[in-house]
Ligand binder design. Sequence first.
Ligand SMILES: *Cc1c(COP(=O)(O)O)cnc(C)c1O
Length: 363
Amino acid sequence: MNTANRIFNFSAGPSMLPLPVLEQAKREMVNYQGCGMSVMEMSHRSKEFKAIIERAEQDLRDLMDIPDSYKVLFLQGGGSLQFSMIPLNLFHKSKKADFIITGSWAKKAAQEAAKFGEVNILASSEEDTFTYIPQVEPEKFSKDADYCYITYNNTIYGTRYTKIPDTGDVPLVSDLSSMILSEELDLTKFGLVFAGAQKNIGPAGVTIVIIREDLIGLASQEIPTMLNYQIHAKHGSLYNTPPCYAIYMAGLTFQWIKEQGGVSAMQKINEEKAALLYGTIDNSSMFRCPVAEKDRSLMNVVFVTGDEVLDKKFIAQAKAEGLMNLGGHRTVGGMRASIYNAMPMKGVQTLVNFMIKFERENI
Ligand SMILES: *Cc1c(COP(=O)(O)O)cnc(C)c1O
């Protein structure tokens, strides 16, 4: 435990936030920078809030090196609403989209897209419980698809892409919910990316969409106004009341990441944390990681003992040591340690020490 009596929270989301971010929010809670009120009480049209949202966007642009030809939108509805907004906005010519199915989130996105157009599944790793990322040869991508969709990091199964698929002229769309800002990414390879904030950015309630300008305005004008990217882009995410406080919190996290040295510095720490944890699993005779080595996630580390009773005992004893939420997703069981940007190296070290001790006591 640290000085604020905080546990190490390995939850997949909502998840740990950096302590300095929470402390700053606490200091500013009832009187934001001398304006006499909380950010929660402020008009979204006030000059104070305008400064908050503009700075958040600029800091995100700096951190992710977002080209000027892309818009940044702060929306609501979570990652899941994007499963609907993407087909509603991007289906316009062939009304066809390619999907690579690497887990439940990709599947849900494909099911939603299939309500509005034709979904072409290029590959799936479902037959192997999504333990790897399927390779797709460039010639397999449809030339006439309106977009191609991937889930970059698979939160539940602990896999991630390490190479961005080459879809040629077809816009690549990716769900970055559980990896945004954790490693460097060349955004020019994508037409649209999105992420719900509650994994690696801030509290639930805001979803970030980064969209190339030529993909805005393709939607039929019959789609609901609130689901049209063009409306949100035109109004700078202020068409209606945005999730003001969640945007403020996200902005604090962006400032914190900048102070840490930016995304490249986060990536370096994330690689060190993941290497320590995977190394411990690989060196153990009790724990095993089911995921193909080349596709292992830096953010969600999945592991099992192979014995469900032992898994449960591990999770319960870890909890008693302040190592919380290590249970795997309810659909897969086992263990999962989500080690997002806000999880300090100390948390992973504490977990690894506990794993070694647990193994010694339970063989
Ligand atoms: C959590 C998650 C989602 C769903 O996000 P909501 O904001 O709950 O809708 C979608 N995709 C991925 C990869 C996720 O990890």
